[in-house]
Design a binder for this molecule. Sequence first.
Ligand code: HEC
Ligand code: HEC
Length: 350
Amino acid sequence: MKKIIAAISILFLLVLTFSFSSESLRSIYSKPPEQWPKPFVDDGVEWTELGILPLSPIEEHKDSLYQIIELGKTLFFDTRLSSSGKISCATCHQPALNWTDGKEKSIGHNGAINKRNSPTIANSWFYKKLFWDGRAKDLQDQAFAPINSESEMNSEMHDLVMKLRKIDGYRQLFKKAFGSEMINPEMLTKAIATFEKTIVSQKSRFDDFLEGDKKALTNSEIRGLHLFRTKARCMNCHHGALFTDNQFHNIGFSGNDAGYFFVSHQDVDSGKFKTPSLRDVMKTGPWMHDGKQTNMEELINLFSDASMEGNKSDMIKPIRLTTKEKKDLVAFLHAISASATRVQEPIFPE
Ligand code: HEC
Ligand code: HEC
């Protein structure tokens, strides 16, 4: 009998300490982010705290840019931008799939398989360089690439502009947007880029939590938030309100893709890729530049058991998470993933 009582009281104590420790993490993280524990970030890393989803800078100009945004949206969804007439930007960046295509590698013109995975374009206004390897300097510059690419839309920009000039409705739309029926490549890419700047994530439960709804996160998610900022070391690269440092790193997943080396031509940059935002990440799989990761627990394992070999970033260290910690970390990634935005397809001009 004594043994049973002892066992019960030990159990009781255990339950008490466990619930107490997650309760206290909850109260710590219920304070403003300035008062959160210091993150585990290496010396020299210029980090910023995680935070509420920011507005796109275009938000305050949306009214004055309305016609350009509408034109850009129409172009984004129009398959006539491809030589086959079958592929639009939205083929590989589908609103219902959080602006991805859900495939390992995108399939473009004539079934051509792309070299890399299609990233979400939500919040892409924030990136200082576009593409996994940073080869485009901004969204307007980026938009030229898929139109011309043989493995994507396979159009010749010059021919495309001629094709659009023959469509009455497009001449009107360009006139409304830019004051002239003269369609040129700059206007076309400018309109697409302007539309893209309006594409942002929806608010996640993490945002609700930061805005004061302290029930928005479960205990497991709060433990995941704490791990993300501390033991798991994710904050070294995925920091700020959009969970990206806008930098390029080799984290050991490069395969035979030289990544940022193609842009900088510096050996040290071989195998580096842009740190992607982690907003909506649970909805944008498969993951990584090569789309090879299909299971988030396994992806976390790769970080947890990382070896220090190769020319990987010094910031990648084996972090040896327990099974429970891995679950908590994935739970947190769910908490920063919002549902897809519903988008009404435009009416295509004739
Ligand atoms: C055949 C599929 C396909 C089509 C069509 C396509 N894309 Fe992409 N998109 C991709 C892939 C794959 C990548 C990543 C390529 C890389 O990084 O090397 C990408 C990357 C991007 C990025 C960079 C995002 C980032 O985080 O850096 C933007 C923006 C983008 N596409 C917009 C567009 C626009 C605008 C169009 C239409 C003009 C378009 N895409 C058409 C597959 C496609
Ligand atoms: C040294 C910087 C660095 C650290 C530390 C880091 N990441 Fe990343 N992360 C990256 C880069 C760079 C990529 C893209 C790599 C690629 O595609 O090959 C990436 C990709 C990812 C992806 C795939 C996202 C997508 O859209 O495909 C996930 C998920 C992810 N990281 C989560 C984490 C988590 C969780 C941690 C902490 C355990 C972490 N990262 C730590 C730099 C980092």
